[in-house]
Design a binder for this molecule. Structure first.
Ligand SMILES: [Zn+2]
Length: 213
């Protein structure tokens, strides 16, 4: 499972393990779903927002609760620009490494922050950090949240990955209905700055739209 998640293109065998997660959107329209995890932070999120705006693109931001609290104005910019936001836990916990009790508590803490800004959301989107859930966590959370995974991983978080390779990971693998993982994090900053403008241009010129969920 650990290694299976670390592919540029998610295997259908893997997505079948967690069938109630959304791995890709079933659509015939030329739509891509860009997702940005781990923000909002001052160093990266405003850049992402500016680039999305240039192409009238919408995206989904899976926010860390403590980052929302630290950067409320940037979070508000995400909302004002019409993007969707989702829960990415309060402290970016790995579900495999903590008890269910601690994990659920941390998700609720992030959800409380989101609720305080937005009121009750429908649907409530959640992406587990690292895509990792124990079966017990999966079965509880899928009844309360819309679990959003991905079919294309950019690897922008990988410090050893070249910027051009990150770009190609997305250009070569994204297709109609794809959910693409990127990060508005410090680790991903230089790669996102390189790849995002080119991704937006390439797919916009091919007639794709970028949509929120
Ligand atoms: Zn994350």
């Amino acid at each position: 499972m650990l290694d299976a998640l670390l592919f540029t293109k998610t295997s259908p065998l893997l997505s079948a393990v967690y069938p109630d997660c959304l791995w890709k959107v079933n659509t015939k329209e030329k739509i891509l779903y860009l997702t940005f995890d781990d923000g909002p932070i001052a160093e990266t999120t405003p850049f992402v927002l500016d680039e999305l705006k240039k192409w009238n693109a919408k995206a989904i931001f899976f926010c860390i609760g403590k980052n929302i609290e630290a950067n409320p104005e940037i979070f508000q910019r995400i909302i004002n620009q019409g993007h969707s936001v989702g829960n990415h836990t309060y402290d970016h916990l790995n579900g495999w490494n903590v008890s269910d009790e601690i994990y659920f508590e941390n998700i609720e803490k992030c959800e409380a922050v989101l609720n305080s800004k937005l009121g009750t959301r429908n649907p409530k989107l959640l992406r587990p950090p690292y895509g990792k859930l124990k079966p017990s966590q999966y079965s509880k959370l899928k009844s309360e949240y819309k679990l959003i995974m991905w079919d294309v991983l950019s690897f922008d978080f990988d410090l050893k990955m070249q910027e051009e390779k990150v770009l190609q990971n997305v250009l070569k693998n994204a297709e109609t209905g794809s959910i693409v993982v990127m990060h508005d994090s410090l680790k991903a900053k230089s790669k996102v700055e390189y790849a995002l403008p080119k991704i937006l241009k390439y797919f916009s010129e091919k007639g794709f739209e970028f949509s929120a969920l």
